[in-house]
Design a protein. Structure first.
Length: 270
């Protein structure tokens, strides 16, 4: 038995199905306009696909035109001109420097002063004036150093008078022969121990002083360059100013002025 071919969306079928039913519900309208809706949907789909293909094609062609061909050039590096070789600089031979005298530095031993070292009675002025440091001074050896003195010519003699050599007042830091106290460092330590009086203070530490050993061996320009306490600084300064003459420093066998720095330690006894 053959079933006849029929279309459910035909109007006669829709009227038969929706007979005596509410046609305003929506289903009737959808089925009644089904053909037109499908045609519009298919048409929009086809137009969208074709439009997208065209747009992609146009964009691709434009980007291809923008890409300019890159031209490369092969450079033969073997033919590059090399810079001319640098000319050697002439070697300048300097004459050898004259041999300089070896600098000599003298280290003054630090003297430690404690209250046990201080005598009960301070030295008198007479003892200070006649104080001499070291073994040589105790035997009566003179501590004066013969320094050449320039005597101006009076002009009353016969013959050609020579002008006196100018006095060199330069203060040296290094000399051929360094100055030193008579009796050596041992005598210098005995002098400090004999004349130093520990002030009535609980402060202890190091006082650093500087002075100039003159051409005649006397000490001048005595000053404190690093102190710790006013009383200790004053005591170290007082004793150093009353020190006897030293052996002067020599530069070229001539006495010269020499700068010296010396530390003095003050230490409280336990």
């Amino acid at each position: 038995m053959l079933i006849p071919k029929f279309d459910l969306y035909k109007t006669e079928w829709l009227d038969l199905v929706f007979a005596n039913r509410n046609k305003n519900y929506g289903a009737y309208e959808l089925r009644n306009h089904y053909g037109r809706v499908m045609t519009k949907a298919i048409g929009c789909t086809v137009v969208g696909v074709v439009g997208a293909a065209l747009i992609i094609n146009i964009v691709t062609k434009r980007s291809t035109k923008d890409d300019a061909p890159v031209h490369t050039t092969v450079v033969d590096l073997t033919k590059v001109l090399q810079p001319p070789p640098a000319k050697p600089k002439p070697v300048i031979e300097h004459p050898p420097l004259a041999s300089q005298s070896t600098a000599r530095t003298v280290v003054i031993p630090t003297h430690v002063t404690s209250r046990e070292d201080i005598p009960t009675d301070p030295p008198t002025l007479t003892e200070i004036e006649h104080a001499a440091v070291g073994a040589e001074a105790s035997k009566g050896t003179s501590t004066n150093v013969n320094v050449p003195v320039d005597i101006p010519a009076t002009g009353g003699g016969v013959g050609n008078a020579t002008e006196a050599a100018p006095v060199d007042n330069t203060v040296h830091l290094l000399t051929d022969v360094a100055p030193e106290p008579f009796g050596g460092m041992a005598g210098w330590s005995r002098f400090l121990q004999k004349n130093m009086r520990y002030p009535n203070t609980d402060v202890e530490g190091r006082v650093i002083l500087s002075f100039i050993v003159e051409r005649d061996g006397s000490l001048s320009d005595v000053k404190v360059i690093k102190g710790i306490d006013n009383q200790l600084d004053a005591e170290a300064l007082r004793v150093l100013k009353m020190a006897p003459k030293w052996k002067p420093g020599l530069q070229g066998n001539k006495p010269v002025r020499v700068q010296y720095t010396i530390p003095i330690n003050f230490q409280l006894s336990n």
